[in-house]
Design a protein around this ligand. Structure first.
Ligand code: ATP
Length: 237
């Protein structure tokens, strides 16, 4: 479970996030939407522990900054950060040691094969394409078996096969009780995945929907209704 309680963030005088509160339960896929500059990255970076913020973020009821919370949390950034001097296999080994995991060689092979990286396992970080880097980042995150997984624009740059595989993986994580939060502009890509949607605009959360409550409406419709409606229209809903 992932919970945000009145998270606010100023960059100097710019208020990038204002009292953002939401909750994504276990085994649920949440999607964070919003136009450019809405504050999504600010929220994502706050959850990932990359920014100082006001308010509180909890992972399985623990403060997100606690070590125990970090151990069960995985983050796949939009722009993957690779160690230039480590191979793909060594990245996996690094995560395995850092998280003190018991992952076997066979399991590592299975994860890499799912994303067509097994034959690239000896390639160095700076020899990979952006899409390959993203896939390594996803594989590293999966190895952790996280209870909460955060993905920032995960489909951008992936090839169709990898997108298909990632969607299956996300469904599997959900089935296993993991909380997944995806930040994206690609509404089509998450149409079949989402359970909850959170829409931000100008730093505030302006709408939150549960799939059942809105009877499977298209994300497009929901998104444009709240982001294009006037303040009065929204308040009158
Ligand atoms: P996009 O969809 O374009 O990635 P976003 O929803 O992720 O946008 P943020 O990057 O969180 O939006 O930006 C929210 C606000 O904070 C914007 O007004 C932006 O200009 C501002 N902002 C973001 N990062 C910084 C920074 N490092 N310094 C100053 N202002 C920032």
């Amino acid at each position: 479970m992932l919970e945000l309680f009145q998270v606010s963030k100023y960059y100097g005088k710019t208020l990038a996030a204002k009292d953002v509160s939401f909750m994504v339960p276990d085994g649920t896929i949440g999607v964070l939407l919003g136009p450019n500059g809405a504050g999504k990255s600010t929220i994502i970076k706050s959850i990932a522990g990359l920014l100082k913020f006001q308010g509180q973020i909890q992972i399985q009821g623990m403060d997100s900054r606690q070590r125990e919370a970090r151990k069960i949390f995985a983050y796949v950034p939009e722009i993957p950060a690779m160690y230039q001097a480590l191979t793909v296999a060594e990245h996996m080994e690094f995560i395995k040691r850092a998280y003190r995991l018991q992952t076997t060689e066979e399991e590592i092979r299975e994860i890499l094969e799912r994303f067509e990286l097994w034959d690239k396992k000896d390639k160095l970080g700076d020899e990979l394409s952006k899409g390959m880097m993203q896939k390594v980042s996803i594989c590293c995150a999966l190895m952790i078996h996280p209870r909460v997984m955060l993905l920032d624009e995960p489909m951008v740059g992936l090839d169709p096969k990898a997108i298909k595989e990632l969607k299956i993986v996300i469904q599997e994580l959900k089935a296993g009780g993991t909380t997944v939060l995806i930040s994206t502009h690609m509404l089509d890509m998450v149409q079949e995945l989402w359970d909850m949607v959170f829409v931000m605009e100008k730093g505030s959360l302006i709408a939150a929907y549960n799939r059942q409550e809105v009877q499977d409406q298209d994300l497009d419709q929901l998104f444009f209704r709240v982001t294009e409606g006037s303040e009065e229209t929204r308040k009158g809903e």
